[in-house]
Ligand binder design. Structure first.
Ligand code: PEP
Length: 250
């Protein structure tokens, strides 16, 4: 299955002035990690984060990017700007951006294509709301999100993408999907990718679970066959908790 990746999503937390020391703390706490360790930080924290992670096993990611190369897009950040800083990953289509920033399956697709063309690894978020789960349409919705996200992406590029299954009802709520619920959807995502591409490509894709994953519940989730890591919000803000999750991913 895909390479194990534990990625922190700091969201709108931590100051640039505290970033260097915190990333150094993560580096120390996760020494000997048997998975890829990523800290995705606010734009203004990226430079000190990259500086602190330089020469270590920790990689740095952004939480968004714009799909155009450059130009009159006030307030936006391009893939080239991120790559130039030394950023290696970028979260795309987080449910908070879909809810508050007009992110759509179409903009998600444009951003994935742009990120891949600039050598950035996209962490693409998909997931259903509680109403959608209760209506029994979770997998139909995820299939649409995945198909639209990967439109025009070659098999070679698709294998580099990280998919994060994040049920919206589990994000920041303390309400985690059960191990079996998470595995069912992550396995379903792998089947969708196999149908879109082929078995080898589907196996190469890292599929993460995200949604209130923490030091206590991570072991069961990460032991599941189709869960190759986690996208971690709240628990990524405390180095010891984040390190416990990293240690469980092997
Ligand atoms: C997230 O925002 O991607 C996330 C999973 O958050 P939390 O772990 O806090 O639920």
């Amino acid at each position: 299955m895909g390479k194990y990746i534990i990625a922190g999503n700091w969201k709108m937390n931590k100051l640039p002035s505290e970033t260097y020391d915190f990333v150094k703390e993560v580096v120390e706490a996760t020494k000997g990690a048997e998975c890829e360790v990523v800290c995705c930080t606010p734009y203004v924290c990226l430079a000190p984060a990259v500086e602190a992670a330089k020469g270590t096993h920790v990689k740095i990611g952004a939480e968004n990017l714009h799909f155009e190369d450059s130009g009159a897009f006030t307030g936006e950040i391009s893939a080239d700007m991120l790559a130039d800083l030394g950023v290696e990953y970028v979260i795309i289509g987080h449910s908070e951006r879909r809810a508050y920033n007009n992110e759509t399956d179409e903009t998600v697709n444009k951003k994935i294509v742009k990120a891949l063309s600039k050598g950035l690894i996209p962490i693409v978020c998909v997931g259903e709301s509680l109403e959608e789960r209760e209506a029994g349409i979770t997998m139909d919705l995820i299939a649409i999100q995945i198909k639209k996200a990967f439109a025009g992406v070659s098999a070679e590029d698709a294998a580099k993408v990280v998919v994060a299954y994040e049920p919206i009802w589990a994000i920041g709520t303390g309400k985690t999907a059960t191990d079996d619920q998470a595995e069912e959807v992550c396995g379903g995502i792998r089947n969708i990718l196999a149908a879109l591409y082929d078995e080898a490509t589907a196996k190469a894709v890292t599929i993460q679970y995200g949604g209130s994953m923490n030091a206590k519940n991570c072991a069961g989730l990460l032991a599941k066959e189709n869960i190759d890591g986690g996208l971690i919000g709240g628990a990524s803000l405390k180095a010891p908790d984040f390190a416990t999750i990293v240690a469980a991913a092997k």
